[in-house]
Design a protein around this ligand. Structure first.
Ligand SMILES: [Zn+2]
Length: 420
C-alpha cells in the first residue's frame, strides 16, 4: 500500500522549532519509510526508539522516566500529594500509519507540563504523562494492552497470541527485554485521581464544521470476533452448485447480514476487515474461510444486542451452508461515559483559550475508554483534516495542534486549582 507522498509530515515540519507540531514531525521520522507512512507496532524496535526519543523530551521537562512491566512509558512530575492526574495516549501505530494518532496526546502532555511551568503553576498532586503500550492491537489483536494492564485487567491469557510471522506475544516481549508473567505489576490505576487524553478526532465532524475543540462525552462499546468456517474444497467445474460447501459464500452472507442489521440504526457499526480463504485457487471451491468481525454501539443495550446477533448469525448461516463454524470473542469493552465535571472543565478551558468547542461522541476506541471504567476521565479532540486517520495522510493544522495543547494545559490548571 505504498503512498506516493508523505506530505502531511512535511507540512508539520514547517512549524517553529520546539513547537508541538515540529516535535511531532521529528518523532514521525522514527519508523517511517518513504511513501509508506509510519509503522511502530507493539514491542517493535521502532516503537522503543520512539520511547527513547520521548523519554529524552520528558527528562528535559524535569520528569522522572520509567517503563512499567506492561511496557508503558511513564514520565512523572512528582509534586504535591495524593493520587496523580494522568495525561496519556500511545506511541504505537497501525501499519502505514500517520504522525498524529496517539503521538499527539503524548507530545502534547509533555508540552502541557512545559506550559504549566511557564505559567508558574505548581500542581497540588503528582502529574504523570503516560504512553500506553499497544493501543492499536494490530500485531497480536491485543488492543489497549498497556492501559488494560495499568487498569489491573488480567492479561495473562494473551501470551500465546501470534503475530503475522508466527511470533507469540510472550516471545515478542522477551525479545524486547520484558517478561509476560510480570504484566500484572503494571497495575497503577488505584493511584490515579483523574485521566485526560488529547487526540485527533479521526472523523470528519469538527473539521467539516470548523470547530477547534471537541469535548468528548462518550466512547462506543466494542466486540471483536475471530470466525472460522470450514466447508469442503473441491473442483470448481465439476462440483454442482447445490452440493457445494463453500466457506467464502458463508463468510459473505454473514458480512452482508451484519451490514443489513445495522443499516438504518444510529450509533452502531459492523466491519469485516480481515478475510482469508483456502486453498485459494481460481478453479477451487473455498474450503475454509477465516475472518474478523468488529461491532460497535454507543450504548450498553446496543452492544449486547449486536453481540447476540453475531453469535446467532454465524450459527444460522453455517447451518444453512452446511459449514462447521468456530467463533472466538477476542476483544470486548463496554461503552464508557466521560466525567461530567471534566467535560465542563474542557469546555471552560476551550473558552478561556478562545477556541470554539462542541460536545462529541467517539466512534473510535482510545486508552481513555479503559481508564474511564475506573477513574474520572475526560477527552479532548482536535479536528482531523478531512476526517482522515490510520493513514500517512492524517493531518491537523499546526495552529490547531498548539491550541489543543493549550486547552489541555489550561484544563489541567483548572482541575488542579479547583481542589485547593
Ligand atoms: Zn489513537
Amino acid at each position: 500500500v505504498a503512498r506516493e507522498s508523505f506530505g502531511a509530515v512535511e507540512r508539520l515540519r514547517g512549524a517553529p522549532p520546539g513547537s508541538v507540531s515540529a516535535d511531532l514531525a521529528e518523532l514521525a521520522r522514527i519508523g517511517s519509510s518513504p511513501g509508506a507512512g509510519i509503522e511502530r507496532t507493539a514491542w517493535s524496535p521502532e516503537l522503543f526508539a520512539a520511547y527513547d526519543w520521548v523519554a529524552r523530551r520528558m527528562a528535559e521537562q524535569g520528569l522522572a522516566v520509567q517503563i512499567d512491566g506492561a511496557g508503558n512509558l511513564i514520565g512523572s512530575w512528582n509534586v504535591g500529594r495524593g493520587a496523580a492526574i494522568v495525561v496519556g495516549s500511545h506511541l504505537d501505530t497501525v501499519p502505514h500509519g500517520g504522525a498524529l494518532d496517539g503521538a499527539l496526546g503524548v507530545v502534547a502532555g509533555i508540552h502541557a507540563v512545559r506550559l504549566l511551568r511557564e505559567r508558574g503553576v505548581v500542581p497540588s498532586r503528582p502529574l504523570r504523562i503516560i504512553a500506553f503500550m499497544d493501543e492499536e492491537g494490530t500485531r497480536f489483536d491485543t488492543a489497549l494492552f498497556g492501559s488494560r494492564a495499568f487498569a489491573g485487567d488480567d492479561l495473562s491469557s494473551l501470551g500465546d497470541r501470534l503475530d503475522g510471522s508466527g511470533i507469540s506475544l510472550r516471545e515478542a516481549m522477551a525479545n524486547a527485554g520484558y517478561d509476560h508473567r510480570a504484566v500484572g505489576s503494571a497495575r497503577g490505576v488505584a493511584a490515579v485521581h483523574a485521566y485526560l487524553e488529547l487526540h485527533i478526532e479521526q472523523g470528519p465532524v469538527l473539521s467539516a464544521d470548523g470547530i477547534a475543540v471537541g469535548a468528548v462525552t462518550s466512547i462506543v462499546g466494542m466486540r471483536r470476533f475471530q470466525v472460522e468456517l470450514v466447508g469442503c474444497a473441491n473442483h470448481a467445474g465439476t462440483t454442482p452448485m447445490e452440493l457445494r460447501r463453500d466457506a467464502l459464500a458463508g463468510a459473505a452472507r454473514i458480512s452482508l447480514a451484519l451490514r443489513d442489521f445495522v443499516r438504518g440504526r444510529s450509533c452502531v457499526t459492523t466491519n469485516v476487515g480481515k478475510l482469508s480463504i483456502e486453498p485459494g485457487g481460481a478453479n477451487v471451491v473455498p474450503g475454509r474461510a477465516e475472518f474478523t468481525i468488529d461491532v460497535r454501539a454507543a450504548d450498553a443495550a446496543g452492544i449486547v444486542e449486536l453481540e447476540d446477533f453475531v453469535w446467532e448469525t454465524v450459527r444460522s448461516v453455517a447451518r444453512d451452508e452446511r459449514l462447521e463454524s468456530r467463533v472466538e470473542l477476542t476483544f470486548s469493552l463496554d461503552p464508557v461515559q466521560f466525567d461530567p465535571s471534566l467535560i465542563e472543565a474542557i469546555e471552560r478551558a476551550a473558552a478561556a483559550e478562545g477556541a470554539s468547542c462542541r460536545r462529541i461522541e467517539s466512534g473510535a476506541g482510545h486508552d481513555a475508554m479503559v481508564l474511564g471504567q475506573h477513574v474520572p476521565t475526560g477527552m479532548i479532540f482536535v479536528p482531523s483534516d478531512g476526517g482522515v486517520s490510520h493513514s500517512p495522510d492524517e493531518y491537523t493544522p499546526p495552529a490547531n495542534l498548539e491550541l489543543g495543547t493549550r486547552v489541555l494545559a489550561t484544563c489541567l490548571q483548572d482541575v488542579l486549582s479547583r481542589e485547593r
